[in-house]
Design a protein around this ligand. Structure first.
Ligand code: GDG
Length: 465
């Protein structure tokens, strides 16, 4: 039987998911499948000679993980992935840094991962590589002799070609991307940008439908929006533990209305703009004073990157300002939680909040928007306010769609959400819930693998390693 082999930069432990969309989405999707998952275990060692891989089995999942060296961490992970590719893909050229030598670290780690995968590969394994950290892995595997079907999924946006040209090694990078048989994107806009780059800068030639001929090869580009396991999340939000958490939320708070935001602390998530919009809400609609609270959960991430330390400082300054300016002895306008909250508690907080505020400046998809919808009480649902720059906005059209840069527009949308009549809330929520269920984690994986495994689709089955 054919095996599914997933490779990602970081492999989270199967229990206690880290705050991050890639891990959430893959773990949710793999619930019904046997798979082998390769990647970094999160540990660092001093020298390459200390790197050894370890294999662990968890029920139907086999994880093969390795440490990185401190140098890999600096050059590959911080230097090239987080300080160059991440900002470029999110159209933040002002924050992009192309430090000399970092690309070498990126190439080195990709090659090492490829050799590790190659040493354990079977001829008919299906290989599915995840995200921007590992773009060259496919071409490395090909160079090492792999003849398997190779797929790649980009969790973050594919920027307009004019932006991508800022990466000094853009041609090498994009040629490497085109060595996969199937490349998956979150949205139609991402795929269009990829086609524009491939045809405008790499001599790609569009063929029928979603395929492209490039350097004598055929590449299929599919759109598979990432999703969550809606069943387990909705059960979590309805559990007794969740009810107790919601009760606690109501007890601590005098306010009647709770607005919730949940984001990794990242400059792409538009957190300072969100806080300023909330401040505008209090100014434009003063009836919300003492009646409305914004709860922002923002577990820190990538703290070794300067831009992330700065955004944290800015956010904490703003929280203090707003609370100092508007708060009172019996009311705290912003409740800011800067640490990881248990997933069950998150589900409860979504359900206990009348407004879900999801306003990234740019985002591949945004799973928080989907989690908020699924956690709602169908009889009395809250309202999702969603940035037009989140990939999720392509599908979730019944949310209140906003421009996160326009603080007044967001403030008006929040007020509309707070005052929306129940029938309209139910109508919008029903439509959104259908979309989120249609585009769940299982469909994300099934659709991608269907395109990857052209011979066997749709009846795929996998065995344990
Ligand atoms: C990338 C792309 C794309 C957050 N705080 C806590 C916590 N989380 C969980 C959320 C959600 C996940 O982390 C975040 O997912 P997002 O999709 O919002 O964002 P990224 O991490 O940037 O993910 C993104 C995604 O990949 C999938 O393709 O949607 O566009 O950037 O599940 O709930 N979870 C827990 N505690 C927290 O404090 N337990």
């Amino acid at each position: 039987m054919q095996r599914l082999v997933i490779v990602s930069n970081r492999v989270p432990p199967p229990s206690g998911v880290a705050a991050g969309g890639l891990g959430t989405c893959i773990l949710d999707a793999l619930q019904d499948h046997d798979a082998v998952w390769f990647g970094w275990n999160g540990d660092l060692v001093s020298t390459e000679s200390e790197i050894t891989s370890a294999c662990a089995r968890y029920d139907r999942l086999t994880q093969i993980t390795m440490p990185l060296t401190e140098r890999d961490y600096r050059e590959h992970y911080l230097g090239f992935c987080n300080a160059a590719l991440w900002p470029v893909h999110h159209c933040r050229l002002d924050l992009a840094r192309f430090a000399p030598g970092c690309i070498e670290g990126y190439r080195r780690v990709n090659l090492r991962f490829a050799k590790e995968v190659m040493s354990r590969l079977r001829p008919d394994d299906l290989i599915w590589v995840q995200d921007y950290h590992l773009i060259p892995l496919g071409s490395n595997l090909r160079a090492l002799g792999a003849r398997n079907r190779l797929g790649f999924f980009l969790h973050i946006p594919f920027p307009p070609p004019e932006v991508l040209l800022a990466v000094p090694e853009h041609l090498w990078l994009l040629n490497a991307l085109c060595s996969y048989d199937v490349v998956g994107f979150q949205t139609n806009a991402d795929r269009q940008n990829f086609f524009r780059f491939a045809c405008g800068h790499l001599d790609g030639e569009p063929m029928s439908g979603n395929t492209l001929r490039i350097a004598g090869r055929i590449v299929t580009a599919v759109i598979c929006p990432a999703g969550i396991d809606t069943h387990s999340f909705s059960e979590m939000a309805k559990s007794r533990r969740a009810a107790a958490e919601i009760e606690r939320l109501r007890r601590v708070g005098e306010p009647l209305i709770n607005i919730i935001g949940v984001d990794r602390l990242d400059y792409t998530k538009g957190l300072p703009e969100r806080l300023r919009s909330f401040r505008r809400l209090l100014e434009l609609y003063p009836q919300n004073r003492k009646a409305t609270t914004l709860m922002q959960i923002a577990p820190p991430s990538r703290e070794d990157v300067q831009a992330y330390a700065q955004i944290r400082q800015e956010l904490e300054g703003l929280c203090g300002e707003i609370n100092g300016q508007h708060g009172d002895v019996d009311w705290t306008p912003v409740r800011y939680i800067c640490r990881n909250v248990a997933r069950e508690a998150l589900a409860a907080l979504y359900r206990g909040s009348q407004v879900g505020l999801v306003t990234p400046l740019r985002d591949g998809m945004n799973l928080v928007a989907k989690e908020y919808v699924i956690a709602q009480d169908e009889e009395d649902p809250g309202v999702l306010v969603l940035s037009r720059f989140a990939g999720a906005a392509e599908d979730l059209r019944e949310a209140l769609i906003v421009n996160p840069y326009d603080l007044d527009e967001v403030a008006h949308a929040i007020q509309r959400a707070i005052t929306m009549p129940r029938e309209e809330r139910i109508e919008r929520h029903q439509a959104l819930a259908v979309r989120v269920r249609e585009r769940d984690a299982h469909n994300w994986m099934a659709e991608f693998l269907c395109a990857l495994d052209i011979d066997r689709a749709p009846a795929l089955s996998f065995e344990l390693a």
